[in-house]
Design a protein around this ligand. Structure first.
Ligand code: NA7
Length: 543
């Protein structure tokens, strides 16, 4: 019996929708809103028991966004952006989650969202031209059918669990930053081992250290971090932006990460050494990711990037008392090649006597026992292990759904790395859209505006199809191949392929090493608009 017949036998008449959206993060919520505006029936399925996506799950101490809150928010509704009050320069996870809930209330999204429901499979039905989805909830499975499927599954939604021998035998408390307990964790007086030193670790370690009796940080690769200089938002600053919000947002579109980035059009080599240092000092003093935009060649030119590396190295040396420890905390990779981190007192935390670093390059972890993390040197006895080991980024969530198109499975197609046209659709999978999928700027941009741009593109496309009574859209393989080649060519002109980052999938064992995001917001926006202007160039539309 074929896969399809088997399903049909299980459930003779699945519920029918025009569109199913997978995920109730910022992408899924806005997608639902736009589909409703088109007059379509739509249903959102979400594995968690609330909205917010990555902000629903990542509740570790210190979790906050490192894009300024005034631009890490929706802009589709002027009323919404005027009424919402952010309290700090960088919003905390609880505040972002509150905002997500506010949006769900304000646009009455709740009735069309179903929680605690995981989409396990999506199978294209050749006869009807619809997708049949298998849903898992409350120990039961269920099926629904939809003409369109939109994967709003997020770029950082599947935790990367390290395969360390004995981890399951650990008798103490074990947490992953990406699935932190909702009730919080009291670490008072505990001996804590933190594995990983990416953004999640760098944000949480100072707060963990404030509670714990001891903190041992197990570092495989040091990361560069720039101080956040977080602060309450100045009401005058907020009022100014709100008086010209649309203009402010438009500026964001000219830049990848937003207006606050103040992208420079100068090369490192256009200025004197003193001017260069002054620029770095100024950006360091203001804080945040904008450091990376000090000169336009930092992401592309090794010699230019080396000047930024040297500057941060000096800063780390100035923040850590023990010079040997400072050296261990100092990366040797290009700045920005792994995602730059933004911290509050990360390096200073290592000056406290109860905080120490275990350099896994010197003494790798051999196994975890019931009571310790063992390295080649010794057993480190701990009560709590915090895995700050990141995510199976960009493709993890989609790859955990068994997606089968008319010609085969998506996981087979993507076995040697994801292939998608504009990160919006993938050839062989009609009427299936990806929000901020691989090959779109996504994680190399401010995610919120990028999500909105994708949702609007997809909604406009479906609206166009409805208007012209077209039932089927599929990306052309040729257009997709050309786009994937272009994504790689652009990446190869940059520093990004030069270290083992999650942008490349290098953090996940066995994952193909392919650079997944597209580097360049303005050319990407132009390309998306051009595709539409040319009647969905690179796609085949039919009845
Ligand atoms: P990241 O940035 O992927 O960091 C994960 C960290 O965990 C990183 O330091 C890894 O070292 C380390 N890691 C992963 N697996 C292991 C094993 N097996 N042993 C030791 N260390 C390990 O994830 P985050 O959650 O911090 O941040 C993700 C993004 O969220 C961030 O970039 C922002 O965009 C927001 P490695 O560098 O791979 O050697």
């Amino acid at each position: 019996m074929g896969h399809a017949e088997h399903h049909a036998e299980q459930n003779a008449a699945p519920e029918q929708y025009d569109a199913v959206v997978v995920g109730a993060g910022f992408a899924g919520m806005y997608m639902l809103h736009r589909l409703r505006l088109l007059g379509l029936s739509a249903r959102v399925y979400e594995a968690g028991d609330g909205v917010g996506g990555t902000w629903f799950w990542n509740r570790y101490p210190g979790a906050r966004c490192d894009i300024p809150s005034m631009e890490y928010s929706y802009q589709f509704s002027e009323a919404l952006q005027q009424e919402w009050e952010w309290s700090e320069r960088y919003a905390t996870q609880p505040e972002i989650l509150k905002y997500a809930n506010h949006v769900a209330d304000r646009f009455e999204l709740w009735p069309d969202m179903q929680f605690n429901t995981r989409v396990e499979a999506a199978e294209y039905q050749a006869k009807s031209g619809t997708w049949r989805l298998t849903l898992a909830h409350d120990d039961a499975t269920d099926e629904v059918e939809a003409r369109f499927v939109i994967m709003a599954t997020g770029c950082l939604s599947v935790p990367n669990m390290p395969s360390i021998e004995g981890l399951d035998d650990f008798a103490g408390e074990l947490y992953h930053t990406g699935v932190w307990p909702h009730e919080g964790v009291d670490l008072t007086g505990k001996r804590v081992g933190v594995i990983g030193t990416g953004s999640s670790a760098i944000q949480s370690i100072p707060l963990i250290a404030a509670q714990a009796a001891s903190v041992e940080v197990f570092q495989r690769t040091p990361n560069y971090s720039v101080p956040a200089h977080n602060a309450p938002l100045d009401p005058a600053y907020v009022a100014d932006i709100k008086s010209r919000y649309a203009e402010y947002r438009a500026e964001n579109w000219q830049r990848g990460f937003g207006a606050d980035f103040r992208d420079s059009d100068r090369s490192v080599f256009d200025v004197t050494d003193a001017e260069r240092e002054a620029e770095y000092e100024d950006r360091w003093a203001r804080g945040g990711l904008a450091f990376l935009a000090a000169f336009n060649d930092l992401p592309f030119d090794d010699a230019a990037n080396a000047t930024a590396q040297e500057f941060i190295r000096q800063k780390i040396a100035g923040r850590v008392d023990d010079p040997e420890l400072a050296t261990k905390l100092t990366p040797s990779t290009p700045v920005g090649c792994k995602r730059l981190c933004v911290d509050t007192d990360y390096y200073e935390t290592f000056n406290a006597p109860h905080v120490s670093l275990v350099d896994l390059n010197e003494t790798p972890i051999t196994r975890v026992t019931a009571t310790s993390i063992e390295t080649t040197a010794r057993a480190h006895e701990v009560d709590v292990i915090v895995l700050a080991t990141g995510f199976d980024a960009m493709t993890g969530a989609v790859s955990r759904i068994d997606v089968r198109g008319p010609e085969g499975s998506l996981n087979d197609k993507w076995a040697r790395g994801p292939r998608a046209y504009l990160g919006l659709a993938t050839a062989g999978f009609p009427n299936l859209f990806l929000v901020t999928g691989p090959g779109s700027p996504s994680v190399l941009s401010n995610m919120l505006p990028s999500i909105e741009q994708h949702v609007e593109w997809i909604a406009d496309c479906i609206g166009y199809m409805e208007q012209h009574q077209l039932g089927r859209i599929e990306a052309d393989l040729k257009a997709e191949d050309e786009w994937v080649t272009h994504v790689n060519e652009v990446a190869d002109t940059s520093i990004y392929p030069k270290c083992n980052s999650w942008y490349l999938g290098a953090n996940v064992e066995g994952k193909s090493r392919v650079f997944m995001p597209y580097l360049g917001v303005p050319p990407y926006l132009e390309k998306c608009a051009d595709v539409v202007a040319k009647g969905y160039d690179g796609f085949t539309l039919s009845n």
